[in-house]
Structure formats: structure tokens, C-alpha cells
Design a protein around this ligand. Structure first.
Ligand SMILES: *Cc1c(COP(=O)(O)O)cnc(C)c1O
Length: 333
């Protein structure tokens, strides 16, 4: 079955703007650099998950669900955007979060509460492992839960990024230059998989460079294999016959640093450089790390003045408020 507009809930502000980062380009003496501002997609302070949620919530409403259940890390951007999307549509929202209830709610967590989500603390499980149990409990109470998987990364969610590539190709027809590379943070794989499918349909000839954020594999499978499989399933959903191979997938694992969510010197430099050169806020977990990767690749001349790069800002800025002084190097270091 192909996705139709019937299953789409219009939630966000699209198309998101694209801005050129001229000060950054001239500082680096590198390629022209543009930024796709999905941090401005609206819905609970925005981010890339809004694109997925338009189709996931659309599917939930079509299925007659009254409550959305998803999960992630305590500072999950995905959970915060899901809580906002559910509120917009009059649906309940339960979140399975990693860790324990903190004394002070900050960043995304503060917003989850403000948005009325019910929180379930799941200790070491930060990828929604407890979702089935929560749903069983809700069904016993006569509710009709709809599961949004970890990161919103199933074919329905990933389809949002097929449409994102259609949106980008329309912006290119309106005057943006063709891009040689699109660089973005890749974690649960839905963004990457949807872009692969959308790119083969709408923007061929441009390299998709995913920067891996998270060391851990997904349920024992490599992220590469997950992305390829999800891309195939998403293509099928889009009615597009296309096979993808691991060889054509670019997923860079050189920037994992000290692990998920740990801000090191490269992320710090990227966050402060983009804030001070361009007045744009990145996030400490995803876009800060992906931008650190882009800066490194430009400095190593993997991209030069002959190239035109699009950095996809996937959001996450509310997490800045949960990091406080960790965003800055200790004095004297
Ligand atoms: C979820 C997320 C990503 C990664 O998207 P996936 O589809 O999970 O790979 C990147 N950046 C931010 C800010 C995110 O919240």
C-alpha cells in the first residue's frame, strides 16, 4: 500500500527554510555551506521527528487510537516532539524513558511534562524496550494505544523524509544550487533511510553523508543493515521499486567521541563556532557532533571549494538547557 495524503496529519511548518552560512564558508575557505532548518519545523520547539510524526500520527488517527506510546533517552527530542504532536491532536502520550526520575526537570524532560506526557522510568532501557508492557497495561484499562517505535523509525515514519527530499528538490527549482553533499546526524536510521529513497526519486547525484552519533547497534544489528532494510521497506511503501546496497551507504563512525550524549572538545568547538559565526544554535548530542564531523572533513579537504554542502539541522536545541556548564570547557583547560 502506498502512503497517501489521507494518512498525513499536517502538524509542522513546511517547507523549512534553507540559509547559506557565508561567514562559516569564508572562515574555513572551503565549500559553500547551506543549512536546512528542520529545527524550525514547529511543534514543541521543532526538529526532524515532526516529519515522521505527520505520517505516524496520521496512521494512529486512522486506526482510531486514543493514546500514543513511544520511548527514548531521558533527553529524547523524539519523545518531546511526540508529546507535542499528540497534544495537538487531542491524543494522550506515554513515554518510556531511560534512567530514573531526576530531582530537577530540565530541557526536553521539562517540556515533556509541560506537554502533559505520562513518564515511565525504565533504568538502563533507553530505546523504548518497555513499550509493549505499557501498552498491555493501557489496553487493560480500555485504552487504544498506538506504538511509535524508537526514533519514529519504521517505514511510515521514514516516509516523512522521502517527502523531505521532494520538498528540497522544489526549493532547488526555486533557486538553490545543486548540492554535492548532504550532511546530517544519523541515529535510529529513519532520517537516513527516508533520504536515501527520496534522493533516488528527487535529487539524484548528491551524496548523503550520515554522521553516526551512537556506538551501540540496534537490537544486535548494525546501523548500516538497519538503514538498508528500512530504506527497502520505505521504498516499497512509497511504491518505488529500488534496491539499496550497503556499498552505496555513507555512514561515518569517526566522530563517536566518548559515546552517546557526551560533549567533548569537537562538539564544544562546533557548538560555539556556529553560535558565534552564524548566530545559529546546534544541539549538544546530534547536530553538534555532526557539525564537528563536517568541520573535520572540510579541514581534511574531503570537501573543497568545488563542492556545495547542505548541512541538515535536525533540531534538538532544547537539550542545551539540560547541559548547562558542560557546554563550555572548564576554565584553564
Ligand atoms: C533523532 C535525531 C536525529 C537522528 O535521526 P534518526 O532518524 O533517528 O537517525 C538527529 N538529530 C536530532 C536532533 C534528533 O533528535
Amino acid at each position: 500500500m502506498a502512503v497517501t495524503d489521507r494518512h498525513r496529519s499536517r502538524l509542522g511548518f513546511f517547507p523549512t527554510p534553507v540559509a547559506e552560512l557565508t561567514r562559516l564558508s569564508s572562515l574555513l575557505q572551503g565549500p559553500r555551506i547551506f543549512m536546512k532548518r528542520d529545527d524550525l519545523s514547529g511543534v514543541g520547539l521543532g526538529g526532524n521527528k515532526v516529519r515522521k510524526l505527520e505520517y505516524l500520527i496520521g496512521d494512529a488517527l486512522a486506526a482510531g487510537a486514543d493514546i500514543i506510546v513511544t520511548g527514548g533517552a531521558a533527553q529524547s527530542n523524539h519523545c518531546r516532539q511526540t508529546a507535542a504532536a499528540a497534544a495537538m491532536c487531542g491524543l494522550g502520550c506515554h513515554l518510556a524513558l531511560g534512567g530514573e526520575a531526576p530531582a530537577a526537570f530540565q530541557g526536553n524532560l521539562l517540556l515533556d511534562r509541560l506537554l502533559g506526557a505520562e513518564l515511565h522510568w525504565c533504568g538502563s532501557h533507553r530505546k523504548g524496550e518497555e513499550i509493549p508492557e505499557i501498552c498491555d497495561e493501557l489496553r487493560k484499562r480500555g485504552r487504544n494505544p498506538y506504538i511509535v517505535p524508537y526514533g519514529g523509525s519504521n517505514p511510515i515514519g521514514a516516509y516523512g523524509f522521502v517527502e523531505a527530499m521532494r520538498e528540497l528538490s522544489a526549493q532547488q527549482k526555486d533557486g538553490l544550487p545543486p548540492f554535492t553533499h548532504i550532511v546530517f546526524a544519523s541515529s535510529s536510521g529513519g532520517t537516513h533511510a527516508g533520504m536515501l529513497v527520496g534522493s533516488s526519486l528527487f535529487t539524484s547525484g548528491c551524496r548523503l553523508v550520515g554522521i553516526s552519533i551512537d556506538k551501540e547497534d540496534l537490537q544486535g544489528d548494525s546501523l548500516e543493515r538497519c538503514i538498508i532494510r528500512l530504506a527497502a521497506e520505505t521504498a516499497e511503501l512509497a511504491g518505488h521499486k529500488k534496491v539499496f546496497s550497503e556499498e552505496e551507504l555513507i555512514l561515518c563512525a569517526d566522530y563517536l567521541g566518548d559515546g552517546y550524549g557526551v560533549v567533548g572538545a569537537p562538539e564544544r568547538e562546533a557548538l560555539t563556532l556556529i553560535a558565534r559565526q552564524e548566530g545559529i544554535l546546534l544541539d549538544p548530542v546530534y547536530t553538534g557532533r555532526a557539525m564537528a564531523g563536517l568541520l573535520d572533513m572540510i579541514r581534511k579537504k574531503k570537501m573543497t571549494q568545488k563542492d556545495t554542502v547542505l548541512f541538515w539541522h535536525t533540531g534538538g536545541t532544547p537539550a542545551l538547557f539540560a547541559y548547562g556548564n558542560d557546554l563550555f570547557s572548564p576554565p584553564g583547560s
